[in-house]
Design a protein around this ligand. Structure first.
Ligand code: ADP
Ligand code: MG
Length: 137
């Protein structure tokens, strides 16, 4: 059993598609092991995306991630990291496969509806960033 971190980004929260996105996970054998709706601070977003700090889109990414509340979740299931990435679709919704979350709910490469950990190691770090052990069950 694997765990991964998922974030429903501010664009999708504003659109009112939290339930529709969670349904994609639950319908594909990814269990919600933890969940909370929070407003990220600038420091939160900068440290969460520190790996991208030298990229030209970093400032816009941080601004976008703090533009409204997000829903952070721990998803659990077999091959949870890869399964979540598959359900999300490509970073750019224009390139995302039909039926993926980003194809159906994202507007642009900036406002692309969801985040998902890209490796098991990053998943562990990202889960620990948002959740204490007693919040995951
Ligand atoms: P993913 O979210 O698919 O793992 P990355 O880790 O590469 O993608 O990038 C993190 C986030 O930064 C993306 O989800 C997207 O919101 C934003 N981003 C990535 N590349 C670009 C880009 N070329 N222009 C604008 N925003 C980008
Ligand atoms: Mg990424």
């Amino acid at each position: 059993m694997e765990q991964t971190l998922s974030i429903i980004k501010p664009d999708a929260v504003k659109k009112g598609v939290i339930g529709k996105i969670i349904d994609r996970f639950e319908s594909n054998n990814l269990r919600i092991a933890a969940i909370k709706k929070i407003q990220l601070t600038q420091c939160d977003a900068q440290s969460f995306y520190a790996i991208h700090k030298d990229r030209p889109f970093f400032k816009d990414l941080v601004e976008f991630m703090i533009s409204g509340p997000v829903v952070v979740m721990v998803l659990e299931g077999q091959n949870a990291v890869a399964k979540n990435r598959e359900l999300m679709g490509a970073t750019n919704p224009k390139e995302a496969a039909t039926g993926t979350i980003r194809a159906d709910f994202a507007d642009s490469i900036d406002a692309n509806a969801v985040h998902g950990s890209d490796s098991l190691e990053n998943a562990k770090n990202e889960i620990a960033f948002f959740f204490g052990t007693r919040e995951i069950c």
